[in-house]
Every structure is written in C-alpha cells, then in structure tokens.
Design a binder for this molecule. Sequence first.
Ligand code: PLP
Length: 459
Amino acid sequence: MNDLNDEWFARAQRVIPGGVDSPVRSFSSVGGTPVTVDHGKGAYLYDVNGHRYVDMIQSYGAVILGHADPGITSALYDAISKGTTFGTPTRGEVLLAEEICARVPGCEQVRFVSSGTEAAMSAIRLARGATGRDRVIKFAGCYHGHSDGLLAKSGSGVAVMGLSGSEAGSEAGSEAGSEAGSEAGSEAGYLPGSLPGSAGVPVASVSDTIICPYNQVPSHDVLDEKVACVIVEPVAANMGVVLPAPGFLQGLRNACDAAGALLIFDEVITGFRVAYSNASTMCGVIPDIYCFGKVIGGGLPLAAFGGKAGLLKQLAPVGPVYQAGTLSGNPLATAAGLSVLNRLDENAFTTLASKVESFAAGLQSVLSDAGLEAAVQRYGTLCSVFFGTSNTVSDYDTASASAATGIYSKFFHHMLDRGVMLPPGPYEALFVGLAHSDADLDYVLEQARTAASETAMRI
Ligand SMILES: *Cc1c(COP(=O)(O)O)cnc(C)c1O
C-alpha cells in the first residue's frame, strides 16, 4: 500500500530544504518521516493517509481553541471579505492592542509584528536604543527566535558566563555545519547534543550577547551598567517546561533596576496561555518590555512587543528606534487574535488549568507505573515530560541531560503509532488546549500507559 506521507515528504525534500520550513518538524531529533497533515479539527489532526491523531502540538502553542474553531473561522471569513492587507491603519489592530493593554499590567502600548522572532529582536533594539547600551543577557535554554544576536550559544553542557561572544562565534563556525543546519533553528531551538549558535551568524553579532544559567540571578559584575537588557522566558517552555525558582524573577527585576538595565519578558509562549494575561502577572513581577506571539494571532502570523508608553515612544515614527513591517498588524491576523482573546476569559483558564493539572498528574503516574524514571513538570496550563530523571529540572544542563537519554524519541514513536501526535522533540512543551475533551486526554493517557511499557522494555 502506498504511504502518502512518504510520497509527500519525498516531494517536499526535493523542493524545500530538509522538506520543512522549520527544522523541528523534520523529525530529525526523533527519527522517522514526518506526518503530512491534510487538515485539523478541534483536538485532532488528519494526515494525508486519512489517519487521525490527537494533536498535542497545537502549532507549538499558536492554537489554543483547537483547529478550525468555528468562531475564529467566521471572524476570518468576515475579515477576508473586506480585503487582506492595506498598508494603512485599521480598526482591528486598535481593538487588539486595547485588549492586550487592558489585560497586561505595565503594558500601555504594543507594536504588532508578524513573528515572535521579530518581537524579541525589536524588543532588544528598543532596549538598546532607550539605554544607549549594547550588551544583552540571555539565559541558556531560553529561545527567543532566530535573529542573529539571540542565536548565540544557548546551551550545551557548560553555560558560559562573561563575554562569551567570540567563543560562541567560533563554536558556531566550527561545529555548526549540517548539524546546526538541521537543528539550531528549530521552533524550539535546542535538540539533543546540538550546540546552539549557527553557521552564518557573524562573531560580531553575538559579541554583545552574554549567556547565563537559568534560575540564577547574574551578579553585578555581569549585570552591570554596560547591559542594555536582560531577556528571559519568565517560565521557560523551550527546554521543556522549567519553572522560575522562587525569587529568580524578582531578583532579575532588582538587579536590572540597580544596573539601569531593562527587563524583557519573552512571553511568546506563556502570554495568554498560562493565564488570562501572562506568566509575569502570575509571578507578580512586571518587566519593562513584554513579547507576545503564538496565542495572540489565533493561528495566523502575529506577534507583539509592548510596555510603558514612555518607553515605546522611542520607536519610529515618534522616536529614533526604527522598526517596521509591510504585513504588521495584518487585518486577518488581528481579527483572529481578537476573536481568540474574546473567548479566553478567566473561566477558560480555570477550565484549562484543571484539565492540564489532572493530565500532568495522570501522565506522571502512568510513566511511573511502567517503571520509567520521568519528571512531568507543569506551570498552569503548560506541561512537559523529562525522561531519565525524577528530580526537578531547573536549568538547561539538567534538561539536556534528560534529552540525551534518547528515551523521549522511543516514547514519541510508540505514541505516534497509537494515534497521539506529541511534539517531535524532547524540549517541547505538551500543548493541551480547550478543544481537548476529558475523553481525549483519557485516551492519550491510556495510550501513554501502553507506550510507556513498550518504551520501558527497550531501555
Ligand atoms: C516561539 C517562540 C519565539 C519565536 O517565535 P516565532 O513566531 O517562531 O518567530 C520566541 N520566543 C519564545 C519564548 C517562543 O516560544
């Protein structure tokens, strides 16, 4: 029998590098041939062979109401019938900006862009412009998109303190090769054994990027008066879900204030996903600049960065920091975004958080019952599983030690065979959305029980 997935992926590989437009989709970290999707509905994906999967990827968090949600679909039909892009102000962007600012403390203005990469890149330009400083501190294992300066060394065994630019640059140059080509730019960024950084990133582009270990507040000799900003995922969700240690975010806030540096919370995953507003609100710490993406586009290309009006006025056309985009604030994307936020009231998050709480607990016990050493970590509505450890994973070193066991890949394939589509990489969060019914999640746990014992037999 012809496998249409194989046929389509073979065609894809002829005309698209590696057959994919974003590396993690290639299955390079789990092995095998990716599933080519025909359509999605609610919690399910249907591939070109007509097989159905319970989808735990949900476009890496860009979808929260499920696929082809009727409300979003009809908002899009309305918007599309009026034209797709104008290059002029529109009402939709005003309404969406008002909604975001109303929900997020310390966010008085936002500027829309088309991807999380652009949001983080522009946030950093704004911070540098506003402070007149160049240095940026980021944390190992946090992903902020694929712009040059943020693809500096972001993991491997040893987190680099101090001015690691030239080291990062030379590693990228010497080791990037085909491995970086297939791994460094993934949606999550970090796959087993990869040294982040990428061929094609000049040493100069990362020479002002300082990498610190997650969950440790940099001391004043690192976070000093030369630092423009600290960028962090307030809850890390791109090395699996790693929670901020008590005091970490407040410590960053205080250290930034002491040095006159700006604090950027990259909430591209966590914004409007973990709560009615975002993770920072849950943690009680307010950054100078927020980055949002994924959920706020309702499945269309849309992201944003924002903060206090006094800071945002540094942006062109009011101020000297240039930033622009032909499709920024696109009317289809703002219509979808507004439609999704209108549905995400406090009740929606209460419902989702309790679904995820029992799912995460169920997954933990199914894995433990099978004799697999595993830690399921959860923050609000986000969770992920780390194999090969039952300790709390708190930084990139411990996350990559888990990934290096290779157990995730085995579990992944046993789940795929049983009709459950997990993200094809060990550093991804599991995305439970409002379309997953209790029965769907029970089904996933039932399959996980079998998949876990199959996995346990092979390690
Ligand atoms: C996904 C992600 C990005 C990049 O967003 P893209 O839309 O893929 O460019 C940036 N930061 C975080 C925290 C993300 O999860």
